[in-house]
Design a protein around this ligand. Structure first.
Ligand SMILES: C[S@@+](CC[C@H](N)C(=O)[O-])C[C@H]1O[C@@H](n2cnc3c(N)ncnc32)[C@H](O)[C@@H]1O
Length: 335
């Protein structure tokens, strides 16, 4: 994925105001802090340089993860057209940018965060956005737990790890009380997955149903195993991004775990979800799936299956399977 050009230009402009050394020092401190997730007693973003460093080195990746999540929502709920978004712990607005691109229906965007400098920067980045909803978004300082204003869609992106387990649950409950559809995104690590599992349990207990990634609202079949449900979004790095991350690669793969749940009616017949990179062998594609009945399965698709095989060769980790209305596939073999 490439950052939207208006966001890429805004990030370059914001970073050009500060000495590179200062940004590098902030980025290094933040990278170390975010590597060890845990409750933050004080805000992690401590001032303008931190906010700019976060936006330059981290926001492209969180934007890519939330974009992938919201694309999965749009695929599963084609009629979903939210008019309002509340981005909880929105920081510099990565999820708001992703949502404004995924849903042109958005008219009102509210970003809530405890750090004034992050909100101030977010407002500035959005100032020249192509999306009118983003340009006119409200950036409001708020500390959680606390009430969240109502909206059609709530995003909680890369926030839970900074809260205690009790506050994580309170935040998910408050988001579910505020919005019909809630998207919670965390790093794609085993502990990020655990926080998503806990959030998923809370949302289901409140009567919501899972939109994605799970094709069911039953217990997660990976819970209690050594595996964890996560996905990846590839983002191309700008020269500034590369410099702040200290790497030569032209891209990075952001791993993320997520759950999206809703009270809205959902179309019947959720397709399976591909849980790993499909393995391609000679004349054979092997996929690990999470299935609508709440189980996982290894599925083999062979060259003899013609169009199904060609679709399997194009399928990627995180996609639904089959990609469109299920084609009859009599000899699809499970292992
Ligand atoms: C890692 S950043 C994620 C920002 C943004 N959502 C994203 O995906 O890029 C976490 C954000 O959550 C905010 N946050 C953490 N705890 C909070 C609290 N108790 N109240 C309000 N905001 C909080 C932080 O200030 C920070 O901006």
């Amino acid at each position: 994925m490439d950052l939207p050009p208006d966001l890429a230009a805004a990030l370059d402009a914001a970073a050009s105001d500060l000495p590179l050394r200062e940004l590098e020092a902030s980025a290094e401190r933040l990278i170390t802090r975010y590597r060890t997730p845990g409750r933050a007693d004080r805000p992690i973003l401590a001032g303008r340089a931190d906010a700019v460093a976060y936006a330059a080195y981290r926001m492209p990746a969180t934007w890519a993860a939330v974009s992938a999540v919201l694309d999965a929502v749009a695929e599963r709920l084609p009629a979903f057209a939210p008019r309002s978004l509340v981005d909880v712990g929105g920081g510099t607005g990565a999820a708001a940018w992703a949502a404004s691109e995924a849903f042109e229906s958005l008219k009102e965007i509210l970003i809530l965060d405890q750090v004034g400098e992050a909100l101030e920067l977010g407002r500035r980045l959005a100032g020249d956005a192509f999306s009118g909803a983003l340009r006119h978004a409200e950036w409001r300082q708020a500390r959680f737990p606390g009430e969240i204003p109502g909206a059609d869609l709530a995003t909680v992106s890369y926030v839970l790890s900074e809260l205690s387990p009790t506050d994580q649950e309170a935040l998910v409950r408050a988001a579910a009380a505020a919005a019909e559809t809630i998207a919670v995104v965390e790093p794609g690590t085993p502990d990020g997955y655990q926080r998503i599992l806990a959030a998923r349990d809370v949302l289901i207990a409140l009567g919501l149903r899972v939109v994605a990634p799970c094709p069911h609202s039953a217990a997660c079949p990976l819970a209690g195993t050594r595996d964890w449900c996560h996905f990846a979004a590839r983002i191309h790095r700008s020269p500034l991004h590369r410099r702040l991350k200290g790497g030569d690669l032209g891209h990075e793969d952001e791993k993320f775990s997520y759950v999206v749940a809703t009270r809205a009616p959902m179309p019947a017949g959720a397709p399976s979800r591909i849980l790993r990179h499909p393995q391609i062998r000679k004349g054979l594609v092997m996929m690990q799936l999470c299935e609508p009945q709440g189980t996982t399965a290894q599925v083999l698709v062979s060259k003899r299956q013609g169009d199904v095989y060609r679709a399997a060769r194009d399928a990627e980790w995180g996609d639904v399977w089959p990609p469109t209305a299920p084609p009859a596939s009599p000899d699809q073999s499970r292992t």
